[in-house]
Design a protein around this ligand. Structure first.
Ligand code: ADP
Length: 329
């Protein structure tokens, strides 16, 4: 997946580069900076001493020594002072300059901490939004896998309001699904099971009859995907980039009419194509899946699609907050 938000300790990432939220001396500090220097060993500090510091918003690169990655990109985030001191533009520069350096050094993967969101006090949700906006813009024109690494377990990323709306929606759906069969939304029932349990299938007596039934087999997932891309007037790359799916996976799907995608992949395309719930359900069925009210992942996706919200990054932030797997490859 080109952009992924994960929980981890950034010093454990074996991406080509990791980014350090440093201070302007580049001589080490607390937080993620301290952790990176401890894990890299004393040679990192030796190299940092030769760099002559770094201004806020700029970035410098070093080797990574004992860390599992190849490079450390040191950038200096702004201190939060209420938002009126150009903090946003400076934070954007941190991401832009770090990504430009990663590109210059041919990095295929890079991991960022949430710059400025610790000691420098930048509100975490705003810090994440800026990170996601800049990285997404970069990925529209560049091939790279970028991770945003969230460290603290309890950090709530999406806004409190969105969190409580989704939570309420999940609670309602669970209640509906678990306690009152009559009000369940039939669209999301596993109708195949319902069908086989309640209706006896017509007998197929001859093999030739089976042959002709199979000849009428429905459009496959891959065919539907390509048709929808055309109908929406999108290019392939607009679609897979918006879906947060990497190019190689998309080529596989394009080249194999019977490709069997994972459920998050189907849903990522449904979101990228801005399908409504009925079309989303149709696309899922083609891949052998259905949305269900028995799991949070499905309910969260349904929450967004039913409201016409197709921002995959926002959806992934919500999935992440509720400890669900993310959309995309
Ligand atoms: P800043 O001074 O830019 O705010 P901090 O290091 O204080 O930098 O915090 C930046 C972010 O990095 C915070 O969200 C913090 O929780 C996170 N962080 C701290 N240690 C690690 C780590 N080992 N891996 C990833 N993120 C970390």
């Amino acid at each position: 997946m080109p952009l992924e938000i994960i929980r981890n300790d950034i010093t454990k990432m074996d991406t080509d580069a990791i980014v350090n939220a440093a201070n302007s001396t580049l001589l080490g500090g607390g937080g993620v900076d301290g952790a990176i220097h401890r894990a890299a060993g004393a040679k990192l500090l030796e190299e940092c001493k030769t760099l002559g510091g770094c201004k806020t918003g700029e970035a410098k690169i070093t080797l990574a020594y004992n860390l599992p990655c190849k490079y450390v990109i040191h950038t200096v985030g702004p201190r939060w002072a209420g938002g009126g001191r150009n903090e946003k533009a400076l934070l954007e520069s941190c991401y832009k300059n770090s990504l430009a350096l990663a590109k210059k050094y041919n990095c295929e993967s890079v991991a960022f901490p949430l710059i400025s969101s610790g000691v420098y006090g930048y509100p975490k949700d705003l810090a994440l939004k800026t990170a996601v906006d800049v990285i997404s813009g970069f990925l529209l024109k560049n091939d790279m896998t970028v991770y945003i690494v969230i460290f603290d377990k309890d950090s709530l990323i999406i806004s409190e309001k969105l969190f409580s709306d989704i939570k309420e929606y999940i609670d309602d759906c669970y209640a509906e699904s678990h306690f009152d069969g009559r009000t369940r939304n039939i669209l999301f029932e596993d109708s195949c099971m319902a069908y086989s349990a309640s209706v006896s299938l017509p007998k197929i007596t001859k093999l030739s009859e089976l042959d002709s039934r199979l000849a009428e087999i429905d459009e496959s997932f891959s065919q539907m995907l390509l048709r929808k891309i055309d109908e929406k007037g999108m290019t392939d790359s607009e679609c897979y980039k918006k879906a947060n799916i990497d190019r190689k996976l998309f080529s596989k799907i394009r080249g194999d009419i019977n490709y069997k995608p994972s459920k998050p992949t189907v849903l990522a395309f449904a979101v990228a194509l801005e399908l409504d719930l009925r079309e989303t359900d149709e696309m899922l069925r083609k891949a052998g899946f259905a949305l269900s009210h028995s799991n949070k992942f499905d309910i969260i996706i349904e929450y967004f699609i039913s409201r016409g919200v197709y921002d995959i990054i926002l959806i992934n932030e919500a999935l992440f907050t509720f400890d669900q797997s993310l959309l995309g490859a």
